[in-house]
Design a protein around this ligand. Structure first.
Ligand SMILES: Cc1cc2nc3c(=O)[nH]c(=O)nc-3n(C[C@H](O)[C@H](O)[C@H](O)COP(=O)(O)OP(=O)(O)OC[C@H]3O[C@@H](n4cnc5c(N)ncnc54)[C@H](O)[C@@H]3O)c2cc1C
Length: 505
């Protein structure tokens, strides 16, 4: 094949960036005459989730994705190329494209989960028939898959073992710089229109002043956020102290939406942490951000190891439990109408803004699977639908972990929601911002409004009527904890304890 006539096709997926992009850099190093950068809008991503029929991609995440595509297109245009946007199943439209571009070779990043890997397998099959060479790369984690000190099939069952093995025996590769120039696409390519929400029957999301951040998709905005959090506001140096916050833009990094869409790589963030440590300060907080990125790695490798079992009711550890299917309870949870203020505030924040803090996620997930005993996959699918930072490995990994069917050997742990609420929202400020109907309640009552009745104070407070303006709890929390404790006691291998005592998370 003549080098001069060859076209390199770079297939962008959840890696919407130019920096630290090995497929793009490898394509350029092969000195092709032409380069086609392509993204495929897969209609399956805009269908419904497989079990509970939730929209697979809600409008808030879709908007973020489309902004990221727009940003990538602008960046490619600035260095001599463009982004081709196709619509259809990648395993069909990419081979069709390749057919028109011959001679050519394909470059792309691998994914770690079933649906995405099936698409890759079909593509590779089609290429083999076409006689096209494809090159795939691992690029979504801090530690490269090939640099792990063990095979993925031998992944340590506990995060701490994984982290220590990586920290002691593997190196994080430095991020690759973005290219400064890319050869143009062949003439005559119709690059296609940028997608719009109405194309997928999605409404324009309303912006809400209570959102932790007005997230904007794309590599440009990702670097702006990093610059803000590290350099402009110096918040990195106190991350470990503030990361369990609930209100505001800067209690945590908020990098997750950009990481999930690949607008920034975790290696790039870590390299910037090292620069910050050199230029400003190195402390527990700077380390802790990297520690959290290692959790992200762990869930990605765990997904790779677990395969389809990650999505099964019994989870990767094949744990058999009696899960409840009860739509009215599930709807109350989704709508933020459970009557438990801390749960409802978090669930309303998620539905309205597409974001929820890590503290919130841990609590609402534990409430769904432990206190209500509902099928954990309903929670995972609702998060998949709503989260602006949905990442299949982090989401399903965390859900299976909280449900006790994933990589947590102490499967019976649970959160005591009221204690959590009092610890992390002592004045009820967070709860009141999402449940304005509770505004008149004292800090004492706001997390347990039912106490107004029990304490003989009646159910009125400055016009607020309990049971009318805010629902009574859909379950008895204390009774649910007694049941969980009884289950633990009957489990001879039990090492369980309430989640809130854990130090590290
Ligand atoms: C039930 C449940 C579902 C979740 N679903 C997702 C998801 O779909 N996508 C997602 O990115 N995170 C998910 N998380 C993890 C975590 O809650 C979010 O990454 C974090 O809240 C995002 O905010 P941040 O970027 O400010 O995080 P920071 O606290 O600033 O952390 C920095 C980065 O570390 C990574 N990280 C932190 N905690 C975790 C964790 N527990 N697991 C994996 N990575 C982590 C994220 O990439 C995050 O952006 C989930 C957690 C739970 C309990």
């Amino acid at each position: 094949m003549s080098e001069l006539s060859r076209t390199a096709v770079v297939w962008f997926r959840n890696d919407l960036r130019l920096h630290d992009h090995e497929p793009l850099m490898s394509a350029l190093q092969s000195r092709p005459a032409k380069v086609v950068c392509v993204y495929v809008l897969d209609p399956r991503h805009f269908g419904t989730t497989s079990l509970f029929d939730f929209p697979k991609t809600g409008p808030i995440r879709a908007k973020f994705l489309f902004e990221a595509l727009s940003d990538l297109r602008k960046k490619l245009q600035a260095i001599g190329n463009d982004l081709l946007i196709l619509r259809g199943f990648p395993e069909i439209v990419v081979p069709e494209l390749i057919e028109k571009m011959q001679p050519c070779e394909l470059y792309y990043h691998q994914e770690a989960t079933d649906e995405e890997m099936k698409v890759e397998t079909s593509l590779v099959k089609a290429f083999t028939l076409q006689g096209v060479k494809s090159h795939s790369y691992w690029g979504s984690t801090l530690y490269h898959k090939s640099d792990l000190p063990f095979e993925v099939k031998d992944l340590p069952p506990v995060f701490t073992q994984f982290r220590i093995a990586c920290e002691n025996n593997a190196k994080v590769r430095p991020p690759l710089a973005a290219p400064t120039t890319v050869p143009p696409a062949p003439s005559g390519v119709d690059f296609g229109l940028l997608p719009e929400l109405n194309e997928f029957d999605l409404p324009e999301p309303n912006s809400d002043p209570r959102s932790v951040l007005q997230f904007k998709g794309g590599e440009t905005a990702a670097f702006e956020r990093l610059n803000h959090y590290f350099w402009e506001t110096d918040r990195l140096k106190s991350y470990k102290l503030t990361r369990n916050g609930l209100l505001g833009a800067d209690y945590s990094s908020k990098f997750a939406p950009w990481l999930a869409h690949g607008c920034i790589s975790s290696r790039q963030i870590t390299a910037e942490v090292a620069r910050y440590e050199h230029d400003r300060v190195q402390n527990d907080s700077t380390y802790w951000l990297v520690f959290e990125l290692i959790w992200r790695d762990y869930f990605r490798f765990f997904a790779l190891q677990a395969g389809t079992s990650l999505f099964h009711l019994t989870g990767p550890r094949n744990v058999k439990k009696n899960w409840i299917q009860e739509p009215s309870l599930l709807n109350a949870w989704i709508e933020g109408q459970t009557g438990i203020p801390f749960i409802d505030a978090n669930m309303r924040e998620l539905r309205i803004t597409g974001f929820q803090s890590n503290r919130g996620r841990q609590n609402v997930a534990s409430f769904l699977v432990k206190s209500l005993g509902l099928d954990w996959r309903a929670g995972a699918e609702w998060f998949e639908s709503q989260l602006i930072d949905f990442d299949v490995c982090s989401n399903w990994g965390n859900w299976s972990y909280v449900a006790g069917v994933g990589n947590d050997p102490r499967q019976d742990r649970y959160f005591q929601v009221i204690k959590q609420a009092r610890d992390y929202d002592p004045k009820g400020t967070y709860v009141k911002s999402w449940l304005p109907e509770l505004e008149s309640l004292s800090a004492e009552m706001v997390h347990e409004p039912w106490r107004m009745e029990k304490g003989g104070q009646g159910n009125f407070s400055f016009g607020f009527q309990y049971g009318r303006d805010y629902p009574r709890p859909i379950i008895d929390l204390e009774a649910s904890y007694s049941r969980l404790r009884a289950e633990q006691a009957s489990n001879p291998n039990d090492q369980s304890r309430p989640f809130h005592r854990r130090k590290s998370r």
